[in-house]
Design a protein around this ligand. Structure first.
Ligand SMILES: Cc1cc2nc3c(=O)[nH]c(=O)nc-3n(C[C@H](O)[C@H](O)[C@H](O)COP(=O)(O)OP(=O)(O)OC[C@H]3O[C@@H](n4cnc5c(N)ncnc54)[C@H](O)[C@@H]3O)c2cc1C
Length: 223
């Protein structure tokens, strides 16, 4: 698949910074939950600026769905996306991605790093195979939590939030630590799926190493 033009059918805010974009799905766009594509704006002077974004719907859906964190403080692709409307077009390119589901374990996400896990967990739910998978989701504030209600419904007490910039009774406060992982992981002997910004990824990888989690059980992608 190369340079498919797709029409946006809906574009809304999932959180103050995150857009939920639904597009048409051209024939021949196939993906495994966890995979991403390269998206380009269909706009003069932007057509060479591709950025990777993850499919968050299910492989059998009739549409494509994305959750995209935008960075309005500089004029990159995600800031440009904020001015698009339904009916506007995007260009999508190859399908790729390092994260795919290998078995039960603990998903650790930072912010928009949750996107590969949306499709994976929705797919497991559809197959009735959510099992004891856990999602540890790190954000700055409660309003940044993408798909809060859906994850609560889907995972119940296996959905664990930690907020770095907001204190409340409901959620843990601070950054993910080794102790936090030990207390909340499904097990230290099963898979860990880790996705988030580079700083968070480095910290969590070091914590898992120090908890003696074997390298081959860690499946990761830096955003
Ligand atoms: C495989 C993969 C899948 C991904 N899937 C998703 C997804 O589904 N959803 C999602 O939200 N993200 C996803 N990302 C991350 C996403 O690709 C980036 O956030 C996006 O490319 C940023 O594009 P941009 O043009 O707006 O920023 P760029 O201009 O490309 O800047 C990149 C980063 O640098 C920082 N930055 C650069 N310049 C400035 C500045 N002047 N001021 C402030 N910050 C600055 C920003 O933090 C930004 O993240 C994915 C990444 C990968 C590798």
């Amino acid at each position: 698949m190369k340079n498919e033009l797709v029409k946006i059918t809906s574009i809304t805010h999932a959180t103050p910074d995150v857009l939920h974009i639904v597009t048409e799905r051209p024939n021949g766009v196939n993906f495994i939950p966890g995979q991403a594509t390269e998206i380009f704006l269909y706009k003069d002077n932007w057509e060479n600026e591709g950025r990777p974004f993850t499919f968050t719907g299910l492989p059998k859906d009739k549409h494509l769905e994305f959750y995209i964190k935008t960075y309005p403080s500089h004029n990159g692709v995600t800031n440009q996306l904020r001015s698009l409307h339904s009916g506007d077009k995007l260009i999508i390119n190859d399908v790729f991605g390092a994260i795919n589901y290998k078995g039960e374990g603990t998903f650790i996400a930072g912010g928009a790093g949750v996107t590969p896990f949306i499709s994976i967990l929705r797919d497991l739910r559809a197959k009735n195979k959510l099992g004891s998978n856990k999602l540890i989701f790190a954000n700055k504030r409660r309003t940044d939590i993408i798909l809060k209600s859906e994850f609560e419904d889907m995972l119940k007490y296996n959905f664990i939030n930690i907020l770095s910039e907001e204190k409340n009774k409901e959620y843990a406060h601070g950054y993910i630590t080794e102790d936090f992982i030990k207390e909340n992981a499904f097990s230290l002997n099963n898979y860990f799926y880790v996705c988030g910004p580079p700083g968070m990824m480095d910290a969590v990888e070091n914590q898992l190493k120090s908890l003696n989690v074997p390298k081959e059980l860690i499946i990761k992608e830096a955003f």
